[in-house]
Design a protein around this ligand. Sequence first.
Ligand code: PMP
Length: 429
Amino acid sequence: MKTDRSHALFTRAKDLIPGGVNSPVRAFKSVGGEPFFAHSAQGAYLVDVDGNRYIDYVGSWGPMIAGHAHPDVLAAVEKTMRDGLSFGVPNALEVTMAEAITQIVPSCEMVRMVNSGTEATLSAIRVARGVTGRNRIVKFEGCYHGHGDSFLVKAGSGVMTLGLPNSPGVPSALADLTLTIAYNDFDAATQLFDEVGGDIAGLIIEPIVGNANCILPRDGYLQHLRELCTRHAALLIFDEVMTGFRVALGGAQQRYGITPDLSTFGKIIGGGMPVGAYGGRREYMAQVAPSGPIYQAGTLSGNPVAMAAGLATLELIRAPGFHDALERSTHALCDGLEAAARDAGVAFTTTRAPGMFGLYFREGPVETFEEAKASDTARFNRFFHAMLERGVYLAPSAFEAGFVSSAHGAGEIAATVAAAREAFAIAKG
Ligand code: PMP
């Protein structure tokens, strides 16, 4: 496989950008080797600057649920940008977006647009602290909520890949206010709330964990957290930056029938443009400036081009049967990979939700962060590279979820499974 151009760009980039990348996981540190540089993308495919073509299971880390460069999304962007790129005064598309989100996610009675998932989560905990007058927050080991100071405590994803349990630059006085417990452990949550429930402003969770590979909630677990939060007057915050609009149109909260107090979003609602959002109960959101005293702002928030891309994407995924088809494709992919691993005699299992999946080089089931960490990462890394050489791009870390889009058809999935049959033999070592 030719990689000269990517290599030359990476060499230049490393001198100018920390690690050569603008977001750590892109550097391939976890899997080894060098990243490829994208030239273009279309549907389920990415093309790199050396002309190699890959079936893409990363989808820009989630936004491209309708496939890359969908004509409807491009048309909306082109039409909108002709009227100007940013106004700094309100525009109609922001209202349409707020209507769309509040219709699709009924727990969000009001919503505020921001520019990334990170901004959404750090704003949401500010609201939780502001409305409760309490300082402590609860998060889960292995859950990632962006790079806000309060969240870089036992975060998964890139932080884990790089072996940074915490980050220099986060004041311990702030980190001390973040309490962490094990995901899917009913008793740990009960005990924590029994001990300090009266100090807890909010509990934030990825309802399906997508940043420690992919871990699904045990039956009744999210309901248990809902009840604890209600009993102790703490806010339940669902971080649906990854799961929102993906695992069901209304996200994980619709799939599991739970009503959080606040929710955070990103990725899909920007259709590939930089966007985030947070929303929730009216009584809480009404406390946000300028209607209330909790300050939060953004020069480019509600950007018209980003709103247009997001609205066009929402339009596509609102089509009847969209998420059922996504679920079928995800199952076909995961079933095919499991069968190929079985035939190759490799210990392997998958976890799945509609449009997202986890790959584990170990026997299943995987229901906890400890079990997720016990995946054979050396095997994953060999598998990753063998797949890449065969034109399949998986997330470049054993601890990231993969994504399926509506552009991944039977042909792409069959080609992926065929590549995996060879790659498992290589992964086995
Ligand atoms: N929350 C979750 C669940 C995420 O997966 C991510 C990013 N992958 C974030 C928050 C942060 O979003 P962003 O990278 O847009 O800041």
